[in-house]
Ligand binder design. Structure first.
Ligand code: NI
Length: 179
C-alpha cells in the first residue's frame, strides 16, 4: 500500500499515450491498482489514471461512494478497475458540466462530453467489462480514459469564460471535485 505523488499539469508524463497492459492478474498489476486506490482515496477523488502517478499503462480506476463528501448529490458509480479501455459514443448528444482533476488542482472547467457511451476493457484479473452508461458515469469514464491518451480536461474546454479557480467560481465550497 502506498499513497503516490500525483503528477501535475505541465509534467510531460501526463501527455503520453499510455501502453496497453499485456499480462493480467500479476503481482505488479495488483500493486498498481492498490496504489491507485490508496492515492485516490487519500485525495478524495472520484477517479485516477495510472499516468497521473507516473505509470505509463492503460489502467484507470473510478467510482463514487456514499461516504465521499465531494459528491453528495451525484449518482453512485460502481467502483471499477478498467484496463485497456475503449470508448464508443452512443449517439451524437453531448452534455457540458463542471470538471476538476487531481492533476490540475484548484481549478474547474466546463467540459463537453458524450452524453452516453459504451465502454469496454478488462478488470485487473483479465475479466471483460462491457457497459453502456450515461450521465455522470459516462463523464467520469471519459475523463479518466482521456488521461490514457495524454489529454487533460482543460484541453477540452471550449468556453474559457467557464474555466477558473474553484474558490472564485464556487465561493464557499472549499473542496473541489477532482478526478
Ligand atoms: Ni483527471
Amino acid at each position: 500500500m502506498a499513497v503516490r505523488e500525483i503528477l501535475k499539469m505541465g509534467d510531460a508524463r501526463l501527455l503520453r499515450t499510455a501502453q496497453p497492459v499485456t499480462a493480467f492478474d500479476t503481482d505488479a498489476l495488483h500493486l498498481l491498482v492498490t496504489d491507485l486506490l490508496d492515492t485516490m482515496r487519500a485525495a478524495n477523488g472520484a477517479g485516477l489514471a495510472a499516468p497521473q502517478i507516473g505509470v505509463d499503462l492503460q489502467v484507470v480506476i473510478f467510482g463514487s461512494r456514499d461516504s465521499n463528501p465531494r459528491y453528495p448529490d451525484r449518482p453512485l458509480v460502481p467502483p471499477t478497475v478498467l484496463v485497456n479501455p475503449s470508448i464508443t459514443p452512443l449517439g451524437e448528444e453531448e452534455d457540458s458540466d463542471w470538471e476538476g482533476c487531481l492533476s490540475v488542482p484548484g481549478l474547474r472547467g466546463m467540459v463537453p462530453r458524450w452524453s452516453a457511451i459504451r465502454y469496454t476493457g478488462f478488470d485487473q484479473f483479465g475479466d471483460p467489462i462491457d457497459r453502456s452508461v450515461s450521465g455522470f458515469h459516462a463523464r467520469v469514464v471519459q475523463h479518466e480514459c482521456d488521461h490514457l491518451w495524454g489529454t487533460l480536461y482543460p484541453m477540452r474546454v471550449r468556453d474559457f469564460t467557464k474555466f477558473g479557480f474553484t474558490e472564485v467560481l464556487f465561493p464557499g465550497i472549499s473542496d473541489a471535485q477532482d478526478d
